[in-house]
Design a protein. Structure first.
Ligand SMILES: C[S@@+](CC[C@H](N)C(=O)[O-])C[C@H]1O[C@@H](n2cnc3c(N)ncnc32)[C@H](O)[C@@H]1O
Length: 295
């Protein structure tokens, strides 16, 4: 019997998998759909790190790249059938990629052993080796029925990207959790047409699980902050224009009001603002990124 992770991988990326057939933007809204302000902030980050090249991994329909090119950056979009270059320079970004990297789901049984979840949602072998080490360190389970999602596949995928950097910074942006707030039953979720739906392994929906952000940051010797803190440090503001402007320059007032609304969505700590930003890479580029991202 295949593990849940293997079935998840086939459901998203197999020959008739979800991402082989569907347009991501038809199913969910990410920061790049919320507002061009997101990409403009990323462009400021690139400028402050001193790079002009950006690689967007898991670029979807290339919405972020369009904003970055308009800001004068040279952008490479990388999607499923593209080869990631062997060596990378500049800013590498992955917005909501790692939550779609399938991971092992495990559950504590009645005897107190963590076991792998299988494709038919029964429990298989007892968790062992690196998976068990990861579980004990990052997401210890307490009671029968508790579930965890082992972060190693995401960390390996991201470490592989960071290892290719000759000079630059890799920034992973995703929803997730840290040790102090792991959910007892895991976060595995299906998405279809903009709504949560039952988890199905037939390729009919997106399947995602939150990223263990602290463990990810540790795996790549990186740093972690929230999207809200990062975007505020990069100069984003949700301040509404003053009423005076409505009288003197109504069109500008409306444009600034709409922009303040978009910024508020990107900064909202109940939504996109709570996402984690994890950055890592070569020493001097990371130092410059850390200066840019620390308010
Ligand atoms: C949730 S979507 C995010 C799209 C976009 N970054 C955004 O913010 O809207 C995840 C994307 O990652 C892509 N993806 C998954 N695995 C990948 C891989 N190994 N290499 C490149 N892209 C991948 C999927 O095809 C999908 O378009």
């Amino acid at each position: 019997m295949t593990t849940f992770r293997e079935a998840w991988d086939a459901a998203l990326y197999g020959p008739s998998g979800f991402y082989r057939r569907e347009r991501p933007a038809a199913h969910f809204r990410t920061s790049v759909h919320a507002s061009p302000l997101f990409g403009q902030a990323i462009a400021r980050l690139a400028e402050q790190v001193g790079v002009s090249q950006v690689v967007d991994i898991g670029a979807g329909e290339g919405e972020l790249g369009r904003v970055l090119r308009a800001a004068g950056l040279d952008v490479l979009d990388v999607e499923l059938d593209d080869e990631l270059p062997a060596r990378l320079t500049g800013l590498v970004i992955a917005n909501e990629w790692l939550d779609n990297v399938p991971c092992e789901v495990v559950e504590l049984d009645a005897k107190g052993d963590a076991r792998y979840l299988l494709a038919d949602e029964t429990l298989g072998d007892v968790v062992s080796g690196n998976d068990l080490d990861w579980l004990e360190k990052w997401w210890p389970l307490a009671e029968e029925g508790d579930r965890a999602e082992i972060g190693l596949t995401r960390e390996e995928a991201w470490a592989e990207v960071v290892a290719r950097l000759d000079d630059g910074v890799a920034l992973a942006i995703d929803y997730g959790h840290v040790s102090t707030e792991r959910p007892s039953y895991g976060t595995l979720t299906g998405f279809s047409r903009g709504r949560e739906c039952p988890v199905a392994l037939d390729g009919s929906c997106d399947l995602t699980a939150h990223v263990a952000l602290d463990s990810l940051a540790t795996a790549v010797s990186g740093q972690l902050t929230t999207q809200r803190e990062a975007l505020l440090a990069l100069g984003l503001s949700a301040e509404r224009p003053g009423q005076e402007l409505a009288r003197t320059e109504p069109l500008r007032y409306l444009a600034e009001l709409s922009s303040a609304g978009e910024a508020a969505e990107l900064l909202n700590t109940s939504g996109l603002g709570s996402f984690g930003w994890v950055w890592a890479g070569t020493a001097s580029a990371v130092r410059r990124a850390s200066r840019a991202l620390a308010a």
